[in-house]
Design a protein around this ligand. Structure first.
Ligand code: NAD
Length: 443
């Protein structure tokens, strides 16, 4: 079928490209942030989409974006207002799925990009979800536990009109955790008059959470890194690893690398950076962070100037903090053979090109960190069936899905001679747009 609209009575003209490519007017057009990175990634993949390219515009705008005011009583009696978002980027393949981030710099365009990357990621590992993401513009470290609970509950209530176990299923992201998921589940359940465990994933085990979920993203990073390393002849045992971000993703990935005999030579987080050429004691560093809130001040290591982190001598670099961390400047300094993106969107498109030109293999976020959503999918399935699996079953299924998805992406990259990022986008966008084409437009 041709991409042009048809009518038996009047001959309609397709909209001019300028109009169809206009950015949503509600965005700050001068500061698109990661959304602009995402748009460039879609543009790069479009030539590979064949007939499906006629639907590509659907990927360049979110299906739905909700902005909410989140007022709460502070402990001192004052009322404070925070801005919250929930964006459903695409639901062609299933309900929306993606985390909730509490961070002082969260913006709508950032949440849009994160939602879009969830669409790509879910399609890349072939779990039956679309993509969504949420966020509240708040520094949760400045809130008491009571204030944090009130913020979470009011935010959940506000976005309650668009989330639900078959509509859109939130999960943890930066600065949100299983306790916050428990409050979200309770709030949604109170509002809907039933205990609805499947409305969020990443819950505590006693509330329908899944074994293995906490470690899932880091385990997925480790699995995919091992698969990629094998293909470029790099041994995981003895490999030197540098990790930025030592939270849920970076901390677990570092632990698994250390357990496999790699040397974690440098770690950076929001408090500073530490290094040890012979390999850091990851278990001791995790214990230090649990008490001190960051890696700074860890005794059995040298302090590293955060500006020098990217130039550390290593084989695998794992950005696992925030987006936009590897830019054109520090991409030239990276000595690793591989960058494995634990964080979402840590590499700018310019930096991506520089790394590619320098022969550094980049394993992109949309496949590398998909372990979290894969076990979230397992959690959701277990909640629906009220039948829970063992941790070893979960880990086996996770490793199988990640290994197969990575092999598929690797083969596409070889066939088309593209980066792994473009290959992942080819696989994912084709799946999403195929679903879109089969469903057609309503009405
Ligand atoms: P987290 O809150 O557990 O940890 C974040 C880490 O990043 C902390 O160690 C923090 O100190 C560090 N950090 C924050 N700002 C930094 C800065 N400016 N410089 C250096 N380090 C900084 O968060 P997380 O869940 O580990 O998520 C990390 C990244 O992984 C995010 O991009 C997130 O979207 C992505 N991700 C998380 C999951 C998941 O399951 N948690 C899944 C997929 C992707």
């Amino acid at each position: 079928m041709s991409g042009k609209p048809r009518s038996s009575r009047t001959k309609l003209q397709p909209s001019p490209p300028a109009a169809t490519h206009a950015l949503p007017s509600y965005l700050d057009q001068t500061n698109l942030g990661p959304w602009s990175t995402y748009l460039q990634q879609v543009d790069r993949v479009t030539p590979y989409l064949g007939d499906l390219a006629r639907w590509v515009e659907t990927l360049k705008r979110p299906k739905r974006a909700l902005i909410v005011d989140v007022p709460i009583h502070l402990d001192n009696g004052e009322v404070a207002h925070f801005e919250g978002y929930r964006v459903q980027h695409n639901t062609s393949r299933g309900p929306g799925k993606g985390g909730v981030r509490f961070h002082q710099n969260v913006t709508l365009s950032e949440v849009m990009a994160l939602a879009a990357w969830m669409s790509i990621k879910n399609a890349a590992v072939n779990v039956p979800y679309g993509g969504a993401k949420g966020g509240v513009r708040v520094d949760p470290r400045l809130l008491s536990q009571g204030e944090l609970e009130r913020l979470t509950r009011r935010y959940t209530s506000e976005i309650g009109i668009i989330i639900g176990p078959t509509k859109d299923i939130p999960a943890p992201d930066v600065n949100t955790n299983d306790q916050i998921m428990a409050w979200m589940m309770d709030t949604y359940s109170m509002n809907s008059g039933e205990t609805s465990t499947g409305v969020v994933t990443g819950k505590p085990i006693d509330l329908g959470g899944s074994l293995g979920r906490r470690d899932a993203t880091g385990r997925g990073v480790f699995t995919v890194a091992s698969e990629a390393a094998q293909r470029i002849g790099l041994k995981i045992e003895g490999a030197r690893i540098a990790v930025q971000g030592f939270g849920n993703v970076g901390g677990v990935a570092a632990r698994l690398f250390a357990e496999a005999g790699s040397k974690v030579v440098a770690v950076q987080d929001h408090t500073g950076a530490v290094q040890r050429a012979a390999g850091l004691d990851v278990a001791a560093l995790l214990a230090h962070v649990a008490v001190r809130g960051g890696v700074a001040g860890f005794k059995d290591a040298e302090t590293l100037d955060p500006a020098d982190f990217w130039a550390v001598a290593c084989d695998i670099m794992i950005p696992a903090a925030l987006e936009g961390q590897i830019d054109a400047k520090n991409a030239r300094k990276i000595k690793a053979r591989m960058v494995v993106e634990g964080a979402n969107g840590p590499t700018t498109p310019e930096a991506d090109d520089i790394l590619g030109d320098r022969g550094v293999l980049v394993v992109p976020d949309v496949i590398a960190n998909a372990g979290g959503v894969t076990v979230s999918y397992f959690e959701w399935v277990q909640d629906f069936s009220s039948f829970f699996w063992t941790e070893s079953e979960i880990n086996q299924r996770l490793v199988r899905i990640m290994t197969e998805a990575f092999a598929g992406v690797w083969n596409v990259a070889q066939r088309h001679k593209t980066s792994l990022r473009t290959a992942t986008f080819i696989v994912a966008c084709s799946r999403i747009l195929q679903a879109r084409a089969m469903r057609g437009l309503y009405p």
